[in-house]
Design a protein around this ligand. Sequence first.
Ligand SMILES: C[S@@+](CC[C@H](N)C(=O)[O-])C[C@H]1O[C@@H](n2cnc3c(N)ncnc32)[C@H](O)[C@@H]1O
Length: 327
Amino acid sequence: MDRLGETSWRIDFTEVFNYGVLCHALATADNLGLFDKMSDKGVLSEDDLGEGLFVKEIASLLLAAAIFKMGIDNASYVAGPAFGEAMSLKGFFTWLFLGSGHVLVEATTGLDEASPRMGDVIGKATADFGRNFIDELLLEVVRQRSATKLLDIGCGDGSRLVKFATELGVSAVGVDLSPKAIDVALAREVRTSDSSEFTWICSDVLSLKSRDPRLEGVDVALMSLMAHDLWPESNFHSFLDKLPHIAPSIRTLIITETVRSTADPAAFLKEGIPTVGYEYLHSAMDQYIPTELQWLSTIDSAPGWVLAEAKRIEIPSNTVVMVLERT
Ligand SMILES: C[S@@+](CC[C@H](N)C(=O)[O-])C[C@H]1O[C@@H](n2cnc3c(N)ncnc32)[C@H](O)[C@@H]1O
């Protein structure tokens, strides 16, 4: 095996630089809705692209990456051979290179409050890759638990909760710190659900009071891509202690979490998407991402809970679904 700094493969720095620019172009194209438009219409005219040199530059980069190709009229764009893959992975690019851009820029100068617009971009991007890669497996795990009332802790824009509760025909409660996320969730519920009953709570989950009437009857809780926000271990244990007081009927907590890679450092740049960016971004925010082993030992030493099942998800890389049951 290669020692650190002595890898047998070599980076082409020119390509790395150009791909860095492509990352931003891809994220911006997603945020401008160009992927969705292409997917809906099959072709993008100059008018669809909109005004300005920058959009043309973005389209040129997508052409160079074979995400787009020129239409037969040589003026419009159609999907290129790489379009499908870019369409399904675009959320990762938007989350890191657009939504989190200010964090990376400000990491060394001190963080300002994240702009609410960026919160929107991030919420939409994580929901996009969640839909493409996580939700099918997660819904099956939830279905097997026969929930009657679902709780989503750190529900973000609420899209997963609305989809799952509607699919399973159960009522649901979403909790999130972010007022913006809860606003988006409320609007989504009005648009998409006709049968399930929803409650949205804007709060830190750790600040909810014992026997909160809004959580009465909740028997299955989800916590996706946010358990690391409750790290360190002692804080996470306090949360696990508190959860049955807040929601006394709870019997299952399903945690989906991207864990720290344990790859040999020399192989780190060969890790799957988004490991390298995920760990880099969280360290820029001074946030530690625990390893799978750290999560398993934390759960193992938590009184009142036992790990009933753990499943790996291939994308996002290093992601584990951990099903905890109350003992
Ligand atoms: C990475 S996002 C994940 C959103 C969604 N669960 C998903 O999988 O797409 C993490 C969410 O957790 C929320 N969050 C973080 N800490 C929280 C806390 N202590 N209480 C409630 N929500 C929290 C954030 O506001 C954010 O919306």
